[in-house]
Design a protein around this ligand. Structure first.
Ligand SMILES: Cc1cc2nc3c(=O)[nH]c(=O)nc-3n(C[C@H](O)[C@H](O)[C@H](O)COP(=O)(O)OP(=O)(O)OC[C@H]3O[C@@H](n4cnc5c(N)ncnc54)[C@H](O)[C@@H]3O)c2cc1C
Length: 524
């Protein structure tokens, strides 16, 4: 005769057990078929309750691959701090990239599994703590992405109006409730962009930087049939933008953007993409040429940059005329300067000219300041140097790498080589590997995490969950009323509302950006 725990451990380990009075109780508790198969528990039927924090791509992919492994009695609860699912597919991906957003239909199929439940408007670490979640689930997967951004740490960054992170700008035009409802932000962006011959500097040269430049440079009429939010479109309609400079620290050979996005930027009707030829020449150092010889895609990209016209060629930029998008290289941001006429507002960015060198190990190309400076006049600066994950209370965090410390998706007790895994806690996506990679990268990541979970289940390494539900735990914590939690059915109502109102304007959807309104629609 075994205790319940011994019984379950033996099942986990696939050790024989004699059927006894615990069998029925254990089968109810774990929702598995112990009574019909009392001798062995398998990895797939021993996991009965999974909790996933974050309903972005990585959360959905882990749900998808876990559901393929789990038995019919298992449940997978996916919670998100927003009332809506899909993470950056909704709040990050550019509105004029509908083909990327089509991935949502894959996620909708995952949510259609009867074992799947969505709990929107539940912020883990606030509405419910991690210790409670660990007691509720056999397996807890962290997929909460990166909701902060990296900073430059230069003068004026925190004090001047007009210095904004690209993340803020993207969240704003994509309708993230925390940003789209920020009247001060909307007012400031509107005022700046409506100035005659407004100039914007985007600091950073990844695809997010190019998304921002493209949205700013496009004619509003060319965005009207996208799912860009109406408040953003109103601001862009009044925009008198003359120029956007997309500025990188290193040369064009090291730029992080990809050729598809660059081509798109070079083909915007009403805008002209330019590059100073001297900066292209400065970037073609001996080691950059050697590096490019190793990679045909990078060579094609740099050839495209080199083929762009210089800034002086063609007509003038300005109000009512062609907008100029300039790629700038080898410039290190050193300070944000105030506008002398409006000292609280940004007036220019000071850069130090850089040259390229190999680092001490001769492996990485680095930008080194030359002492020469340049002032770039601009009223808006979008800092686009990367997103950053945040710790959640009660869980380890690697502050240096800004990720949850993990080994192949198993969360570790500390950020060190020797650290041991926290039983039953896993991670995936941006919070696991850092904020890089496209949506599909999260597939490989999720598969690795699911493999680790199934291996641990087989080896009896998972803890046991309690029988209470997430809604009961939320009620007990007292921070969230059950009616304020959005179910998948509730999200279906939001989705239908948004599509209906979008169709009336010729858009795929008109996003609701007010959290209270989202909850009302979900409850309707
Ligand atoms: C601006 C931008 C544009 C992009 N464009 C493309 C593109 O065109 N094509 C492409 O393939 N990839 C693109 N990507 C990359 C892609 O979006 C990411 O690879 C992917 O979204 C990462 O998935 P994730 O689930 O790890 O994080 P996220 O997508 O960020 O999902 C995390 C989820 O966790 C939730 N969350 C956060 N904290 C908590 C908490 N405490 N409690 C509960 N929930 C929480 C968030 O609300 C969010 O829904 C883009 C990224 C950005 C930033």
């Amino acid at each position: 005769m075994y205790t319940l725990r011994q019984y379950a451990v033996r099942c986990h380990r696939r050790q024989p057990v004699a059927a006894g009075p615990f069998v029925e109780f254990a089968s109810r508790k774990h929702h598995v078929c112990f009574s019909t198969n009392p001798l062995y528990g398998t990895a797939s039927n021993i996991i009965s309750r999974v909790g996933i924090v974050g309903a972005g791509p990585s959360g959905f992919y882990v749900a998808k691959y876990l559901l393929k492994e789990l038995g019919p009695g298992a449940t997978v609860d996916v919670m998100d701090s927003l009332p809506t699912p899909f993470g950056l597919v909704r709040t990050g991906v550019a509105p004029d990239h509908p083909e990327v957003k089509a991935v949502q239909s894959d996620f909708e199929k995952v949510a259609g599994d009867p074992r799947f439940s969505f709990y929107g408007n539940v912020r883990v670490g606030y509405d419910v703590d991690v210790a409670t979640l660990r007691s509720l689930y056999d397996v807890l997967v962290l997929a909460y992405g990166a909701s902060e951004d990296r900073t430059l740490g230069i003068p004026g960054e925190d004090t001047l109006e007009g210095v904004v992170s690209a993340r803020t700008f993207v969240n704003w035009y994509n309708g993230h409730p925390d940003y789209a409802q920020d009247a001060k932000l909307t007012g400031m962006l509107g005022e700046i962009l409506a100035q005659a011959s407004a100039q914007v500097a985007v600091l950073g040269q990844g695809n997010v930087a190019l998304d921002c430049a493209r949205v700013l440079a496009k004619r509003p009429a060319d965005l009207e049939t996208s799912d860009i939010c109406e408040h953003a479109l109103e601001v862009l309609r009044e925009s008198k933008l003359a120029a956007v400079s997309v500025v990188g620290r290193r040369g064009h050979g090291q730029a992080a953007f990809t050729i598809k996005e660059l081509r798109e930027l070079s083909r915007i009707p009403g805008a002209r993409l330019v590059v100073p030829p001297e900066e292209v020449a400065m970037g073609l150092t001996e080691f950059t040429i050697a590096e490019l010889a190793q990679s045909r895609p990078r060579k094609r990209l740099t050839d495209l940059v080199a083929s762009l016209p210089g800034p002086a060629v063609g007509g003038q930029a300005g109000e009512g005329r062609e907008r100029v998008v300039a790629l700038r290289f080898l410039l290190l941001p050193r300070a944000f300067l105030p506008d002398p006429r409006r000292p609280r507002r940004l007036g220019a960015v000071v850069f130090e000219r850089a040259r390229l060198e190999l680092d001490g190990q001769g492996k990485r190309v680095v930008a080194v300041g030359t002492g020469e400076t340049e002032e770039l006049p601009c009223q808006l600066a979008l800092r686009s140097i990367g997103y950053k994950s945040q710790p959640v209370e009660g869980l380890p965090f690697d502050n240096k790498k800004a990720v949850v410390p993990n080994r192949h998706g198993r969360v570790l007790e500390a950020a060190s080589e020797e650290a041991v895994p926290v039983p039953g806690v896993y991670c995936t996506g941006w919070v696991k590997r850092g904020p890089s990679g496209i949506i599909n990268t999260n597939i490989y990541d999720a598969r690795e995490t699911v493999a680790a979970i199934m291996e641990d289940a087989t080896q009896g390494k998972l803890p046991f969950s309690s029988s209470s539900s997430l809604l009961e735990a939320l009620a007990q914590a007292g921070r969230k009323k059950p009616e304020d939690v959005v179910s998948w059915e509730g999200y279906g109502k939001i989705d239908a509302w948004e599509r209906r109102h979008g169709a009336a304007r010729g858009k795929p959807r008109e996003k609701v950006t007010d959290s209270r309104r989202l909850l009302e629609i979900a409850r309707s």
